[in-house]
Design a protein around this ligand. Structure first.
Ligand code: MG
Length: 418
């Protein structure tokens, strides 16, 4: 099989660093994109660790699934005992030529592989992301998924669990087919039809990769963007022994703002690709995921966070929409809030009533000092009106009820009770 590849990566317009990494290994006909995630430098370390482990595993004879499994182990190992790196992970979408006519795609996460054939772009891989799973379950439309706030949450990644399910896809290819590998920094910025338009409009694979990255940046460049374009120039059934001569291996090193042109000369001629051991990479159907730790964590934590947010909001609403009757010094007042306060929302004096506490019958005084009357503002006012009627002595002072709002945070007189 004869392939020609071009690749480009860019940190985009919003991010300070580039956590994507990629691999173009002409000799082994091995190509991969990894999109790292994690705090500090974790994302960068994860994606580069995975890419290097994949390359080394394939070089030592591993098939695609085993090589990605080893990359997973390498990321876990790298994070072990390092607080700065714990929790890091990465996606991995890789392709390798398995015989004279087929490519094998290995895939974990939400980077993607596409096949452009006869001008039509077709997505090969399923995203392992929360929103795409909701789409597959019919709970979101594809249009809703495109702008969903949780679309960055992946449900499968390398570096999360010692076991990882790798989706495998076999592509029987023909001359003039073009395969795209990309991180989600491309596909969250461009619709598939825009990717298709750019990808089929530029024949040189390096120029096409760069144009796709540029288009994603023009659309906002919210994330790191990485694209590999692989053109199938010739296919044949022959198995060619590995060529011992020079190998052109390039990986995205320091992401930064540089756009890596990994194949050097953009006008580089196509290389002849030897086929690896077919037995090692027997075509398989993609396996559906078992529920993995990462997905479990997302599915467990997300509802908890939502429940907590709703609870805090409800408490806050309750705390600020409730009123009760209490006293400040010897005056009956209406408080806004909840006796004792809730989560930092302390009650405030909302209305002074002019009713003197010591003029009330003992039972009413008790009710006031224990804040027994609680509810809406009108409930509190009704209670105060009744107190005013029951005051034993009418004062000559004109204590007109005031509706002036004051914002003191005086604690209720009956603080001991709350
Ligand atoms: Mg990304």
């Amino acid at each position: 099989m004869k392939l020609a590849a071009g690749a480009a990566t860019d940190r985009g317009r919003q991010r300070d660093n580039n956590e994507d990494a990629f691999l173009v290994d002409d000799r082994r006909a091995l190509f991969a994109v990894a999109d790292g995630m994690g705090g500090h430098r974790g994302g960068e370390v994860a994606s580069h660790t995975a890419i290097e482990a994949l390359r080394a595993a394939v070089a030592s004879g591993d098939g695609m699934e085993d090589a990605i499994t080893r990359a997973n182990g390498a990321v876990l190992e790298r994070a072990r005992g390092n607080d700065d790196l714990s929790g890091m992970g990465t996606t991995m979408t890789a392709v390798i030529a398995v015989d004279g006519t087929s490519l094998l795609v290995g895939h974990v996460g939400d980077s993607r592989a596409y096949l452009l054939r006869d001008g039509e772009l077709r997505r090969v891989t399923d995203d392992h992301s929360l929103v795409e799973e909701l789409v597959r379950e019919g709970r979101l439309t594809p249009e809703q998924a495109e702008s969903h706030p949780q679309r960055a949450i992946v449900t499968r990644a390398l570096g999360v669990d010692p076991d990882v399910d790798v989706d495998l896809y076999t592509l029987d290819v023909a001359p003039s087919d073009r395969v795209l590998l990309c991180s989600d920094g491309l596909t969250t910025m461009l619709r598939d039809r825009d990717v298709q338009r750019v990808a089929r409009g530029i024949s040189d694979p390096q120029h096409a990769a760069e144009a796709l990255v540029a288009a994603a940046n023009e659309a906002g460049g919210d994330d790191n963007i990485t694209v590999i374009v692989i053109d199938v120039l010739e296919v044949d059934e022959r198995t060619v022994p590995p060529a011992p001569e020079a190998t052109a291996v390039a990986t995205a090193t320091d992401g930064a703002s540089t756009r890596a042109t990994v194949l050097g000369d953009q006008a580089r001629p196509a290389v002849s690709i030897p086929a690896p051991d077919v037995a090692e990479t027997a075509p398989r159907e993609p396996r559906r995921s078992r529920v993995r730790a990462f997905r479990r964590a997302v599915l467990v934590l997300l509802p908890l966070v939502l429940i907590l947010a709703v609870a805090v909001g409800t408490l806050g609403w309750y705390a600020r929409r409730s009123y009760y009757v209490g006293a400040v010094a010897d005056e009956v007042v209406i408080y806004k809030g909840v006796p004792g306060g809730v989560l930092g929302w302390d009650p405030t004096v909302d209305e002074h009533t002019g009713v003197a506490l010591d003029r009330l019958p003992e039972a009413d005084r008790q009710r006031v000092t224990t804040n027994a009357s609680r509810g809406s503002l009108s409930t509190a006012r009704s209670f105060v009106a009744r107190l005013r009627n029951e005051a034993t002595t009418t004062t000559t002072t004109t204590f007109a009820p005031t509706t002036a709002r004051v914002t003191t945070t005086t604690k209720p007189r009956s603080a001991g009770g709350f």
